[in-house]
Design a protein around this ligand. Structure first.
Ligand SMILES: C[S@@+](CC[C@H](N)C(=O)[O-])C[C@H]1O[C@@H](n2cnc3c(N)ncnc32)[C@H](O)[C@@H]1O
Length: 284
């Protein structure tokens, strides 16, 4: 059962992201074809490209987009061939996401639910992929319970993939607070730390972590509106160069804690009964 503190958090999150969505709802733009093209043959330098590469062919897959916001990824994953359910606590974000899905001709491939994850009535064992982009760090006080309910909604052996800000290097975090760059945040959000990753691993035992974004932190100065596709060739080349350096550096084990963004991926394990079932089916 939800506690008073849960309702307060949900309300705070919904209010913050409603305000963000209201800034954008004037233009319900369809998904940009250049974005789709980028992820149809993804590279591995950027967290989302790498994530699409990890997931492979999405045609016919059922995906849950957790904390889908305004549906940026819901639409993208649907254009890549998946049937996508986006869930988010912000009514305005959900409204905008579903309007954008219709404007993109993706109404039949997408389904939007406005609910906190913990209160949603998701079907059991339904999704092939549980996807979350920048959402777990909003759910830290309820991380364990959240992952448990996501695991219930996932098929046996389903893929889990999260793109999250991480803080695995306390010195770097202290330096970050000395740099006067303002970012809007909701109360209680922070990058994931080692203990949080351990909780994720409890639910996704084969968890793999790929770290990104050390010099890539400078991207915010090169792409002020965050839109890579709209940037000039020179800016895009610079952004790529930063990510090339990061890609090389952050694969070195002693350097990986310098990354500020991590792709976490693995599978929901099979229960004992499910394993027996799989073995019996394999034996004919
Ligand atoms: C940083 S935004 C990320 C949005 C989207 N995934 C993206 O990458 O564009 C985090 C989202 O998580 C949603 N959120 C926060 N707490 C939630 C909860 N308990 N249940 C469902 N959604 C939640 C917020 O409303 C917000 O849209």
């Amino acid at each position: 059962m939800a506690h008073k503190v849960d309702f307060e958090r949900w309300e705070q999150e919904a209010r913050f992201f409603d305000a963000e969505a209201s800034k954008r709802s004037v233009s319900v733009s369809p998904i940009d074809d250049r974005v789709v093209q980028r992820y149809q043959s993804p590279g591995r330098l950027f967290p989302k490209e790498y994530s699409c590469r990890v997931l492979g062919d999405l045609r016919g897959k059922r995906i849950l987009d957790v904390g889908c916001g305004e549906g940026e990824n819901t639409l993208l994953l649907a254009r890549l061939g998946a049937m996508v359910t986006g869930i988010d606590v912000s009514p305005k974000a959900i409204e905008l996401g579903s309007a954008r899905a219709k404007a993109s001709g993706l109404g039949g491939m997408t389904n939007f639910i406005c609910s906190p994850i913990a209160a949603a009535n998701l079907p059991d064992g339904y999704f092939d992929i549980i996807w979350g982009d920048n959402v777990l760090h909003h759910l830290l006080p309820v991380l364990d319970e959240t992952l448990r309910s996501l695991a219930r909604a996932a098929k046996p052996g389903a893929q889990f993939l999260f793109i999250e800000p991480t803080n695995l290097n306390p010195t770097l975090r202290r330096i970050r607070f000395l740099v006067p760059v303002h970012t809007e945040t909701t109360p209680g959000e922070r990058p994931l730390e080692r203990d949080d990753l351990a909780i994720v691993q409890r639910h996704v035992p084969d968890l793999k972590k790929r770290h990104f974004v050390f010099f890539g932190r400078l991207t915010r100065f090169l792409l002020p509106d965050g839109a890579y596709e709209n940037a000039s060739l020179a800016r895009r080349a610079l952004v790529r160069a930063l990510h090339v350096i990061d890609y090389g550096a952050l694969t070195i084990p002693s350097m990986e804690t310098l990354g500020g963004m991590t792709v976490l991926h693995g599978h929901r394990p099979l229960s004992r009964e499910e394993s027996v079932d799989v073995s019996l089916r394999a034996a004919g």
